[in-house]
Design a protein around this ligand. Structure first.
Ligand SMILES: Nc1ncnc2c1ncn2[C@@H]1O[C@H](COP(=O)(O)OP(=O)(O)OP(=O)(O)O)[C@@H](O)[C@H]1O
Ligand SMILES: [Mg+2]
Length: 261
């Protein structure tokens, strides 16, 4: 690999190539958490749900986040997506050569950033009932101003999740597994940097959950996306590149850093 000087990097025409050096040089950092804390006040006492998290996650990784109910998994995903703001600390996402500290943005700016760069799969699908399957998938493209690619790309994604013949159907006519497959297509439609999934199989039976998980992994991996998934299912962890556990506000059992010292 050829090393580039700072000036060469600054003048580079393709901003996706260079990012800050990570502890793992072959994988660029996509997300950096620094002193990230979320505290809630309860009965006059401060309760830290996330306590000074410091981590880096890399482009193309599948990160699996395990932890008991109430351990803070959704809280962490919501801080990474900018849906929620931390009590202190920062989340930085590297968009090509540009570092975007999303915790320094206003709520409106975070919404714009999320629309452009993040895809989210929720436990309860969250499809818009008044829009057809196709319209649900083209909506993020429309919001991100990507009109050109819209319909063709959305139809391609719906073909990949096996729903090409249902594009004009409304979500209430679909099974849970089918709705989640639409949600996966929607999460990838605008070509996000990062896909966040919060218990995407939590509301599905085992067999349907397995199909949905397989599709989510295939589609994110084929597109080289980073997938950050909170789950209760330990078997999902077997397929992940890194497994983290949230315990008492801390991220522990980081298998990647343990394995690599
Ligand atoms: N608005 C709030 N006010 C006070 N406490 C809150 C608030 N939102 C979340 N919490 C608390 O933060 C903790 C973490 O919640 P979170 O939803 O992140 O857990 P989780 O790991 O996603 O759980 P589950 O597996 O059940 O989805 C919980 O104890 C919850 O009660
Ligand atoms: Mg949760």
């Amino acid at each position: 690999m050829t090393l580039q000087t700072t000036a060469q990097v600054a003048n580079h025409q393709e901003p996706t190539l260079e990012r800050p050096a990570a502890t793992q040089p072959s994988k660029p950092v996509l997300i950096r958490l620094e002193h990230l804390s979320k505290t809630y006040a309860e009965a006059g006492q401060a309760r830290a749900v996330l306590d000074e998290l410091n981590r880096e996650f890399y482009t193309g990784e599948f990160v699996c986040l395990l932890g008991k109910s109430g351990s803070g998994k959704s809280t962490l995903l919501n801080l990474i997506s900018g849906i929620d703001a931390p009590s202190s600390g920062d989340v930085t996402i590297y968009d090509g050569a540009q570092a975007v500290t999303i915790t320094a943005l206003s709520e409106h700016e975070r919404t714009i950033f999320r629309r452009n760069h993040i895809g989210i799969v929720f436990q309860f699908f969250n499809l818009i009932p008044t829009l057809t399957v196709l319209e649900n998938v083209t909506l993020p493209l429309e919001l991100a101003g990507k009109h050109q690619q819209m319909r063709r790309h959305a139809v391609e994604l719906l073909e990949r999740v096996g729903l090409a013949d249902r594009i004009n159907t409304y979500p209430d006519k679909l099974s849970g597994g089918e709705q989640q497959r639409v949600a996966i297509a929607r999460a990838l439609a605008h070509d996000p940097l990062l896909v966040l999934a919060d218990e995407p199989t939590g509301n599905l039976d085992d067999e349907t959950g397995e199909t949905v998980l397989k599709l989510l992994l295939e589609l994110t991996r084929d597109a080289g996306k980073t997938l950050f998934m909170a789950t209760h299912a330990p078997d999902v962890a077997e397929q992940a590149d890194r497994v983290l556990h949230l315990v008492h506000g801390q991220l522990v059992n980081d298998q990647l850093s343990t394995a690599q010292g």
